[in-house]
Structures are given as C-alpha cells and as structure tokens.
Ligand binder design. Structure first.
Ligand SMILES: C[S@@+](CC[C@H](N)C(=O)[O-])C[C@H]1O[C@@H](n2cnc3c(N)ncnc32)[C@H](O)[C@@H]1O
Length: 254
C-alpha cells in the first residue's frame, strides 16, 4: 500500500491510470482530455469552475489530486495557464506528464512539497472525499495560495443516508462538515452549485467511452479492473440515489 486509503483506490487511481495512458497512446491524443478527467467528469463542470475562478492567462495554478491530468490539461488549453499537478499515485503522474506535458509532482495534498504563497489559484476535484485528513488537506491548500487566492473544488457531499455497499476508502462529508472544514482553514465560499457530471459534449463522452472500452479489451480479465469498476459503480449508484451530491464551489483564501 502507498498513501491511499484502500487497495481498491490504488487500483482505481494508480493501475487504471497507467492503463489509461496506454489506451490514449493507442487511440490518439484527442482522447487525452476526456480520458484524463476521472472524477471531474464533465466539461460543463470544468467550465463553471474556470469561469467562477476567473482564471487569467499566466496565473500560477495548482491542481491538487490531479489524477491523470485531464482537468489541468483542459484548463491549460482553454485559459492560457500552465498548472502544476500534485498527485500521490506515480502511475497517474507518469500518465499526466506523458499526455499533457505539465509540471507534476508525486505528493499527497496534505503534505505538499511546495512553498508558501506559490499560487494564485488552486483546484481540487473529487479528492476531499478520498482522505480522512480533510482539515490537513485544506490547511495545505491555504498555505500554498496567496492571501486572496481562489480555490475551486468538486466535492461529493453526503446529503442523505448512504446505503451500503460503500466505495472502499471514501469518506463523504455532510454539507455542515464541508462548511466547517472550509471556514476552519480560512476559506470563504463565494459561489457554489450542484454539478451535472453528465453534461459534456457528445464527442467528449464518446471518446471517454472508447478509452474505457480499449482498457477493458486489454485488461478486462484483471481483478484490479474488476475492482476499479466495482468502486466507480458504487459511487454511481450513490449519485443515482440522490443521497450523494456532486457540489462545485469556489472559495477565497483569507
Ligand atoms: C476521483 S479522482 C479525481 C482525479 C482528478 N482530480 C479528476 O478530476 O480527474 C481522485 C484523485 O485523488 C487522488 N488522491 C487520493 N488521496 C489523495 C490525497 N490525500 N491527496 C491528493 N490526492 C489524493 C487519487 O489518487 C485520485 O487521482
């Protein structure tokens, strides 16, 4: 085990990240962004965050828990920035470097090898619910942002009773817990909305599906693929029940 909360997460975010890099290499570079958005999912969600964060060309941007780098690659192409990616799974960092050529570091977000006040903007998408160390993660984000710096988040929030089986290693905050964590770390929320994770152009969704099919064709028999599918299926079922809600927010560092 490395830094993550469960072996199932290591399959989902590590092994499958490496397989995703392999599939994009086979299919073509136009598959990289849809394949690389694991968790943030929809283009509309990324666009809402980029607009609400008012990201300007040349600003210093951090993507925390960047995964395979799709959201950071999308932001680089859309807003003229060069995000730094921090991500604990080495396979995902390798994939992100190969697919998007962005500066990347293997690191957990609660202990970032980055200096104080280094960034104007940070985003952290689908990561808070993957660790119990939520306060430490938000403290680190506050530390590396300049005062007045902007934080964008996608957080899966438990708004109702979550029926088992739950995805292994996840811990979903309630709305009150999330508000308390952000305030405790010195952030003031300035905008929030419920995300629609299915709101991507048809071409984007088709490419994401093709990448999944290519990974399954190559590794569908591997127990780690089965395990990763089970994990994402459990999250999908909770989202479908309405008890788990994907929330986008922008907050300003005090
Ligand atoms: C649902 S994925 C989201 C990936 C990416 N942000 C996206 O939206 O496509 C969650 C990511 O958080 C990473 N992660 C898990 N625990 C973390 C931690 N303590 N600090 C930073 N990242 C973490 C996982 O390795 C995984 O890449």
């Amino acid at each position: 085990m490395s830094e993550l909360a469960s072996e199932a997460m290591e399959s989902e975010f590590g092994t499958v990240a490496g397989w995703t890099e392999e599939a994009v290499a086979a299919l073509g570079p136009e598959y990289a962004v849809p394949a690389g958005c694991r968790g943030s999912g929809s283009e509309a969600a990324l666009r809402w965050l980029a607009d609400a964060l008012a990201v300007r060309p040349g600003e210093r941007v951090l993507d925390c828990g960047a995964g395979v780098g799709g959201p950071a690659g999308w932001l680089a192409a859309e807003r003229g920035v060069r995000p730094v990616c921090a991500e604990p799974m080495a396979e995902a960092v390798h994939a992100g470097r190969a697919l998007f050529r962005l500066p990347s570091v293997v690191a957990v977000s609660q202990s970032l090898p980055l200096t104080v006040d280094a960034f104007d903007v940070a985003w952290c998408l689908g990561v808070l619910c993957t660790t119990e160390e939520k306060a430490a993660l938000l403290d680190e984000l506050r530390r590396v942002l300049v005062p007045g710096g902007r934080l964008g988040m996608l957080v899966f929030v438990a708004e109702g009773e979550l029926a088992p089986p739950l995805p292994e290693g996840n811990s979903f905050p309630t709305p009150d817990e999330l508000d308390g964590l952000l305030a405790g770390a010195g952030f003031t929320v300035t905008a929030t909305t419920r995300a629609d994770l299915s709101d991507s152009p048809a071409e984007w969704s088709r490419r994401a599906d093709e990448v999944d099919a290519e990974v399954e064709r190559r590794h569908g028999e591997d127990p780690r693929w089965v395990e990763a599918q089970e994990q994402s299926g459990r999250v999908g079922r909770l989202l479908g029940s309405g008890a788990l809600v994907p929330r986008l927010l922008v907050a300003v560092a005090g």
